[in-house]
Design a protein around this ligand. Structure first.
Ligand code: 4NP
Length: 160
């Protein structure tokens, strides 16, 4: 069905949807809210695997994010190509592996045109991936948050 809703719809993607993409979702939601733009955006996140479906974000990520003022409330869900490619305007992958998985599920050029890398929106940093923090220590989570704060600012500037 045609969508008459003119909100900009943004979907953040990582592997498990418990570390990087829920953090991106929480940070971007806060920036949008702080800018008074809540009514202009729909913001969600999803994972390429369903292993953590229904779970809150990883406790470590929730803790480090909360220390910076972001409350991560989303529950993990897998990416659904038949719904998400139609619904969202920007589908933003955290790393090259997520991006190639998304490309392999695309149904055509219109789907591919919606795909982006999170690091395309870097403004103060120069990274080409948001590294998976799952098997590492605190520094990995802090680095993810540093990159996501930078790229979420860049993304909001770009869309505004
Ligand atoms: P995320 O981190 O993709 O940033 O949510 C991971 C979470 C879970 C797994 C890998 C990465 N895992 O293998 O279960």
């Amino acid at each position: 069905m045609e969508n008459h809703n003119d909100k900009t719809k943004v979907l953040f993607i990582c592997l498990g949807n418990i570390c990087r993409s829920p953090a991106a979702e929480g940070i971007f939601k806060k920036y949008v809210s702080d800018a008074g733009l809540n009514d202009q955006f729909e913001i969600d996140s999803a994972g390429m695997i369903s292993n953590h479906e229904g779970n809150k974000a990883d406790r470590r990520m929730r803790t480090y994010a909360e220390e910076r003022g972001y409350i991560l409330e989303s529950l993990s869900r897998p990416f659904d190509k038949d719904v998400d490619f139609d619904h969202f305007d920007y589908i933003i992958a955290m790393d090259g592996s997520n991006l190639s998985d998304l490309k392999s599920r695309a149904r055509g050029e219109a789907d591919i045109a919606k795909l982006h890398r999170m690091t395309d929106y870097c403004i103060g940093f120069d990274y080409d991936t948001v590294p998976d923090p799952y098997y590492g220590g605190a520094e990995g989570f802090e680095l993810v948050l540093d990159i996501l704060e930078d790229t979420c600012k860049g993304l909001l500037d770009k869309i505004k």
